[in-house]
Design a protein around this ligand. Sequence first.
Ligand code: C2E
Ligand code: CA
Ligand code: CA
Length: 405
Amino acid sequence: MDDSKIKIMVLDDEPFMLQLLEHMLVNLGYAPIATCDNGQTALELIAGSAEPPNLILLDINMPQMDGLAFIRHLVELHFSGSVILVSGEDERMQQAAEKLARAHQVSVLGHLHKPVTPAGLGDLIGKWKIQSRHEQRTVKQVYGADEVRAAISGGELVNYYQPKVEPSTGRVMGVETLVRWRHPSDGLVYPDQFIGVAEAHGLIDDLTKAVLTGAFAQFRLWQESGLLLQVSVNLSMDNLVSMSFVDMVVELADKFGVPPQMMMLEVTETQLMKDLRTPLEILTRLRLKRFGLSIDDFGIGNSSLAQLRDIPFDELKIDQSFVHGVCDNEKLRAMFDSCLHLAKQLGLEVVAEGVEDQADWDFVRNRGCDIAQGYFIAKPMPGTELPEWIRTWNRAYVESGKCTS
Ligand code: C2E
Ligand code: CA
Ligand code: CA
């Protein structure tokens, strides 16, 4: 990022800290700096400004509105910049605050422990400038419930499909459906910018229904052109709260004439559920109706052994953080191998996600992993592009190059 575009705000209730941080920033070459000693004034300044700050140094501990409350209000203002948390709290507290801010989808550069040093501050801002320069996606924005609702009912959500391939044979056996929002002015918006909003505002059943409808229709189109592919769809834990969800899925599959065993429903436990009885019953009923069940992002977050024990899964997806770079990292290798071993012992199909390069591909292939998915094979694409991609892939596979090890 070009330095003249950097607009920094410092928010701290202690006048001395405000002065000190401002002084350090000016010495580092950033000026002018906006300073504020309370959250309310800062929010008013941001809301009323044509050029709001793109970096805020935020004190977590402030008397009226604390830093965490301030972040919540920032989200409501659709703040698209970054935040550096500053406090005298201990490391664990700072990490918790950082996690919370990220849960609100606010970009947190890191935290600085008081007393702040010019070197620590300069380092963080330096990293941010590099990151901003490399950022590919358009400015991250959090959308409001009304916009997401209108997008679902207005048919602005579209499904992309990412191929899943058997490394042992090269056969394309299926696809994962990944939703995108074709936004009239913001271009293609990725799911991390609206799934959370849909979950928080009771829109996730409508969203999932739209995605399933598109996926079923696409399955039929491919089938009619001679392409039989297993289709995976992501479910949210919030879909698994009422039995009517099972009826919706069964009826839709029936309406489109899609055999349930050709569908894989991916679940990941995104939030700590107090009571697992209802989700468990819903998943078991879907399994009884012959839909496939997949445990997604295995190994991170809350995708746990207890779920494996309690839910009749067919497939386990090893999280991409254990896959890319696995061959030169002993720790990753140990984790990858344990996931693979566990899945095989339980008789599950294993998918390695995040296969990004030849080394990852060779590794998962040599390890006997059943299915691979990732940018090395293909990025998610519109359904209409898939048949042509498969033809090209098959040709390249036969002529090899990509798939030798
Ligand atoms: P996920 O289910 O873990 O999906 C895989 C994500 O990794 C996708 O991001 C995909 O584009 C990306 N990816 C694929 N190959 C690679 C690779 O080689 N390297 C890297 N770094 N990334 C790769 P995407 O499409 O942005 O989706 C993000 C998440 O949004 C998904 O994670 C899923 O949890 C959620 N999501 C997507 N579609 C839906 C949906 O229809 N319903 C629900 N509830 N969630 C969805
Ligand atoms: Ca998934
Ligand atoms: Ca995943």
